[in-house]
Design a protein around this ligand. Structure first.
Ligand code: FES
Length: 127
């Protein structure tokens, strides 16, 4: 799968909105650092987090076991499996929040915002 990624932390800097349909278009045109925006391929045996790490990126994580949500991402396009989830309530899953530590892309193309652990509702969850 080909994954286009964007660091949630840069949205504030640019005044971009999470719900903007053209968010990734703006990011592509935004002259961002490679660590904040770009794309990579995920091999079939890799979780999304592992794929990012294997390509030299440092995405947030802690437990690697579906229990902390530090690795959370928002899926804007495509779908990420989530075999182990012991933290996200159904309403967050409805908002397309997923865990990258064990999630595996199930579509050929994906757009994900990583580093979303700072979303207010996720901060609250981790208290
Ligand atoms: Fe803890 Fe993914 S690293 S849930």
């Amino acid at each position: 799968s080909r994954v286009e990624y964007l660091n949630y932390a840069v949205l504030d800097d640019h005044g971009w909105d999470l719900d903007d349909d053209d968010l990734f278009g703006k990011a592509a045109a935004g002259d961002l650092d490679h660590e904040d925006y770009g794309e990579f391929l995920v091999e079939p045996h890799e979780s999304l987090l592992e794929a990012a790490e294997n390509r030299g990126f440092m995405w947030p994580f802690a437990c690697r076991g579906g229990a902390c949500a530090n690795c959370a991402v928002i899926v804007k396009e495509g779908e990420l499996s989530m075999p182990v989830n012991n933290i996200l309530p159904p309403e967050m899953i409805d908002q397309d929040i997923r865990l990258s530590c064990n999630g595996i892309p199930v579509t050929d193309e994906m757009q994900v915002l990583y580093n979303v652990k700072h979303l207010p509702e996720l901060e609250e969850l981790r208290l």
